[in-house]
Design a binder for this molecule. Structure first.
Ligand SMILES: [Zn+2]
Length: 275
């Protein structure tokens, strides 16, 4: 599917439950990866057909797909045709995702953590974990060639505390592309300007006024990229003390132990850490 696919190109696969999850959690990194010539694909396991208070079904799924498509040059989008709220760790969905992963042959996979308020997020994570070993087993889905090399797997940041809070292993400075990331989020009109303010799951205060809503979105998004003390310590480690003191926006990730073991040099090669 990827015309620029070469053996030397680093390949990043972000797997979210819904067509906006990867943008908010890894959009800045994706822009940096794309700028660096990495192959980046965003996969949504569900089609987003329930994420609205006035629209639903096929029309909404179609709208959400169009909001995702081609926002940033170099990022490929793939929306699987599972219904919202129907993600479960079934054999059928495991094999579907296994084929997606084998088709793309990633060096790094990003996804949700397994404990999350939303069942689709939770089971997307479970599905990725369930695929982690099977990726290299030739007799599982033999029609799709197995992966010779197990990719690294890392979790998006979240704020859930039980049973164990997020503990970042890498924090990427996204200050240079944060404006592009907000524009990327603003393409998801149905979500950030309509659905999330209505359901108000995150205390979302975004006005309907087209003039001010972009600024509101900027405020809303900033809470997802505000560096924690642990993030700043990682920026000091991977970049410099000066950068840690000045950074305003980060995307951080926790390494999943089911993926490949990642050394410090692997992390610097896989994540867009420009020192
Ligand atoms: Zn979601």
């Amino acid at each position: 599917m990827d015309k620029e696919n070469t053996d030397t190109q680093t390949r990043i696969l972000a797997i979210g439950a819904h067509p906006d999850d990867y943008d908010i959690n890894a959009g800045g990194c994706a822009i940096l990866w794309a700028q660096a010539g990495y192959a980046v694909r965003f996969v949504s396991v569900a089609n987003g057909d329930a994420g609205h208070h006035e629209q639903s079904g096929e029309a909404l799924a179609k709208r959400r797909k169009s909001e995702s498509a081609g926002q940033v040059a170099g990022i490929e989008y793939q929306v699987l045709d599972n219904l919202d709220g129907h993600i479960v760790p079934s054999l059928e969905q495991r094999w579907e995702l296994l084929r997606v992963i084998r088709d793309f042959r990633p060096d790094l996979i990003l996804t949700h953590r397994p404990n999350d308020y939303h069942p689709d997020h939770r089971y997307t994570s479970q599905l990725v974990q369930d695929c982690s070993y099977l990726m290299s087993v030739p007799n599982t889905c033999p029609d799709a060639p197995r992966l010779e090399k197990t990719p690294g797997i890392a979790y998006f940041r979240d704020t859930f505390q039980k049973p164990i809070p997020f503990k970042p292993d890498v924090a990427v400075n996204i200050d240079s592309v944060v404006e592009m990331k907000i524009r990327m989020l603003s393409c998801h009109e149905s979500q950030f300007y309509e659905w999330l303010p209505w359901i108000d799951k995150h205390g979302t205060q975004i006005s309907e006024d087209p003039e001010s809503r972009f600024e509101d979105l900027r405020q809303f998004a900033s809470r997802f990229s505000e560096p924690s003390p642990a993030d700043r310590a990682l920026v000091a480690h991977f970049y410099s003390e000066d950068r840690a003191a000045s950074v305003s926006n980060v995307e951080s990730f926790e390494i999943c132990e089911y993926g490949a073991e990642l050394s410090e040099s692997d992390i610097k090669q896989l994540f867009p850490i420009d020192t």
